[in-house]
Design a protein around this ligand. Structure first.
Ligand code: PEP
Ligand code: MN
Length: 361
């Protein structure tokens, strides 16, 4: 794909930042944020959601078309370029009528090829940059498919936005970063600039810095960070928005790692392998939990019959059996022995605690 180089339409040094509120709420809030952001050198694009896709109805669904006038004022007063989320041809029409500079497709829209195609068709013959967020689910082809639909409609100024993926696994983040997906898309479409949106990955403002640094370690081109003058009062995504001052601090703390940016392939390869390890370790931990639940059930049975938690024979038999299983997979005797001693000790402790609890309660 012959995507237009970012520098030709959005010049910056090292990296750039897209900032602004999750949602435009009032003219005052929009202008106040934009004037503060204008003072931050790295901020090249002002964002604000005008139409908000919300999980439940009867929550704040954006101010709608009238907010586009506020974005026009941002352009006039600060000179910043502005962008907003669109999810239908009629949104695009309104945005273009109000001189919006860049459009973005939200994660809930990228999942829908019908809508994406309708919007791409509407944009035929128009020259406007489009940023495409990854779909909510971790489906690389769906993301690439949406990019192709716009590209095939003649849109050449394209940016991919990595905003994390919804997951049913327990996670410290609102959306799992799954770093290997943005790395893989860059391998498949080498000309695609990628911006990381740590706000929607984190879901909490105190995790934005570490995620932004990680995006830099992977040599991403920029960041999209939700910024609000008074985040705790925000009408959407209040936990993850930062003030312009906090944004400045985050930007000031980021370190560009030359060794990684020089050799993208090495960093990328390492990330793919590390995320595989992360997935395997999560499986191991989930299985340890399943095992511990069984240990717990056994503990209850033993306690009813007054049997001790530790039974020497069972331990010896358990270890030697596992050592054999391990050896058949080329895992050393010492390794498996050590791992299962630790697992078994934790099980005995669990059962002893349970029995003591039963005795004294
Ligand atoms: C947003 O940027 O405010 C938004 C709704 O994002 P996403 O599509 O990533 O959920
Ligand atoms: Mn948001």
């Amino acid at each position: 794909m012959n995507i237009t180089p970012l520098q030709s339409w959005l010049p910056f040094k090292d990296y750039f930042v897209i900032a602004g509120p999750c949602s435009a709420e009032s003219e005052e809030q929009v202008l106040d944020t934009a004037h503060s952001l204008k003072k931050i050198d790295k901020v090249k694009l002002f964002r604000a959601g005008i139409w908000k896709p919300r999980t439940r109805p009867n929550t704040f669904e954006g101010v709608g078309k009238r907010g586009l006038k506020w974005l026009q004022r941002v352009k006039q007063e600060t000179g910043l370029k502005v962008c907003t989320e669109v999810a239908s041809p009629s949104h695009i029409k309104d945005a273009l009528d109000h001189d919006v500079d860049v459009l973005w497709i939200g994660a809930r829209t990228t999942v829908n090829p019908f809508l994406v195609q309708e919007m791409a068709n509407y944009l035929k013959g128009k020259d406007i940059p489009v940023m495409i967020k990854n779909p909510i689910n971790a489906d690389l082809s769906l993301w690439i498919g949406a990019i192709e639909r716009f590209y095939n409609a003649g849109i050449n100024k394209i940016i991919g936005i990595h905003r994390g993926f919804s997951t049913s696994r327990p996670s410290p983040y609102r959306n799992e970063p799954l770093w290997k997906i943005p790395v893989e898309i860059r391998q498949k479409i080498s000309t695609l600039p990628i911006v990381c949106d740590p706000s929607h990955i984190a879901g909490a403002r105190n995790k934005i810095q570490e995620l932004a640094q990680k995006a830099f370690d992977l040599a991403m081109d920029g960041l999209m960070i939700e910024t609000h003058p008074n985040p705790d009062e925000a009408l959407s995504d209040k936990q993850q928005q930062v003030t312009p001052r906090q944004l400045s601090e985050i930007i000031g703390s980021l370190k560009l790692k030359q060794e990684f940016s020089k050799d993208r392939t090495f960093g990328d390869q390492l990330t793919i392998l590390r995320s595989k390890i992360d997935a395997v370790d999560k499986d191991i931990i989930e299985l340890l939990k399943v095992r511990m639940n069984i240990v717990n059930d056994i503990g209850h049975e033993k306690s009813k019959k007054n049997i001790t938690a530790l039974q020497k024979n069972r331990l010896n038999q358990l270890i030697s059996e596992r050592v054999l299983w391990g050896q058949s997979l080329d895992l050393s005797h010492e390794y498996i022995d050590e791992v299962f001693q630790v697992i078994h000790t934790a099980s005995v402790k669990k059962q002893t605690d349970l029995m003591n609890h039963n005795t004294f309660s």
